[in-house]
Design a protein around this ligand. Structure first.
Ligand code: HEM
Length: 400
């Protein structure tokens, strides 16, 4: 049941239709013009698309809950609960505390030289080749190696890991193909039989599996430990893959921004944030109402599915001046919601930021500019906006 002020969207305004996924920003502009929240009868889903409405839904975690499921499918339908994203306090607080410390400043300082070394090693052949597929050269490989340092789980080959991580985001979206479910099962099988036994003596993965994380907060019974670890393992791969490609694509399209960055390396952190805002990796996460909620002049009924469109919020001109422009000098860097907000704010955000910043620093030393070297091909995921191919020329910087 909807109130008079809630706009009913026609089927053509479904954010999951292929044409809207393929060219999302003009579509999001039209959607925001429909109001902060609009109902799509075909999916019986309430879409929030403005910065104010997305932020409010994420911050009001008592009325817009995650415990009924924060992916497209309710926990009651899928029969599966992801320990971090599909829980509310106090369970969520307990699970998050079991690992939070490992994503703080100290662990990131230890991680940085390892990521830097990986990037130097991966970049050498790419720079020598000159023209590369950015997806193969950097976007798939860097997160695969980084997540090994973070968890202790050895890295399978980058293509396999990218396939598993991509599948993980397909199954949390609408209408997942059974082939993705099979890939998830394959990844869990590998994790149990090869990944976990090969972890080194001291690592986050062993701490979680053997001691339940810090203070033994993860339950020993059931599969909470395994799925909490698996969540961290896959959550950071396809998302960071997307960030790396989207970021290099942005600098290809806005070469003057790359020149600014090369002239002033202190702009690197702001450049990473602007890439996250301008072309946000995660398209959607869901929340559910328990009771009826009065929201921005609209009554959202009890037990409703509410879908937050993160990239739309990040292009809202009410908040971001010249929102469609990629500009690394213009904005308050972390105002975006690409990592979500409030209690479910991305656990791995410091890791993703570190990977992206290290890559930019290395490329700034070596690449004069990026040129498109073939037609970019977007991936088909309805949840993560990634590339499956991004042919790019890395025009070498003149040596001093
Ligand atoms: C550019 C890269 C990334 C993006 C854009 C991203 C995006 C997000 C978003 C939007 C959420 C919020 C979900 C919600 O509100 O329901 C989230 C949560 C999460 N992310 Fe990330 N993520 C990235 C990288 C990573 C990495 C590298 C890791 C692990 C090392 C990671 C692990 C997680 C986990 C465990 C959660 C759940 C947090 C919770 O529910 O408390 N993410 N991420």
């Amino acid at each position: 049941m909807t109130t008079a002020s809630a706009l009913e969207l026609p089927a053509a305004m479904d954010p999951f239709r292929p044409e809207n996924l393929a060219d999302p920003y003009p579509f999001y502009e039209r959607l925001r013009a429909c109001g902060p929240v609009a109902h799509l009868p075909g999916r019986d889903t309430w879409f929030v698309s403005t910065y104010a409405s997305v932020s409010q839904v994420l911050r009001n975690y008592r009325e817009f809950v995650s415990g009924l499921g924060s992916s497209y499918h309710r926990v009651s339908e899928s029969g599966f609960r992801f320990p971090f994203i599909d829980n509310d306090p106090p369970e969520h607080t307990r699970i998050r505390r079991s690992v939070q410390r490992h994503f703080g400043k100290g662990p990131m300082a230890e991680l940085r030289p390892m990521v830097r070394a990986d990037i130097e090693r991966l970049a050498a052949p790419a720079l020598a080749a000159g023209t590369v597929d950015v997806v193969e050269a950097f976007s798939r490989t860097i997160p695969n190696l980084t997540i090994r340092h973070v968890t202790g789980i050895p890295a399978p080959d980058a293509r396999t890991m990218a396939g598993w991580a991509d599948a993980a985001f397909h199954v949390v979206g609408p209408e997942p193909d059974p082939e993705y479910v099979a890939l998830i099962m394959e990844s869990l099988e590998w994790l149990s039989t090869e990944g976990l036994p090969a972890m080194p003596a001291h690592c986050l993965g062993r701490l979680m599996m053997e001691q339940g994380g810090d203070d033994g907060l993860l339950a020993a019974e059931g599969s909470e430990r395994l799925f909490a670890l698996a969540s961290i393992w896959v959550a950071g791969v396809d998302t960071t893959n997307s960030l790396i490609s989207n970021m290099i694509r942005a600098f290809t399209l806005f070469p003057e921004q790359w020149q600014l960055l090369r002239e002033d390396r202190s702009l690197i952190p702001a450049a990473v944030e602007e890439a996250l805002r301008w072309d946000s990796p995660v398209r959607v996460f869901m929340r559910r109402t328990v009771d009826e909620v009065e929201f921005q002049g609209v009554t959202i009924p009890a037990d409703a599915d509410v879908c937050a469109l993160f990239p739309s919020a990040n292009r809202d001109p009410e908040v971001f001046e010249r929102a469609d422009e990629f500009d690394i000098t213009l904005r308050r860097p972390t105002a975006h919601v690409a990592f979500g907000a409030s209690i479910h704010l991305c656990l791995g955000a410091p890791v993703a930021r570190l990977e992206a910043a290290e890559l930019l620093a290395h490329l700034a030393d070596n690449v004069e500019r990026f040129e498109q070297a073939g037609e970019p091909v977007r991936g088909v995921s309805r949840v993560v906006r990634n590339f499956s191919s991004l042919p790019t020329r890395l025009v070498p910087a003149a040596r001093a």
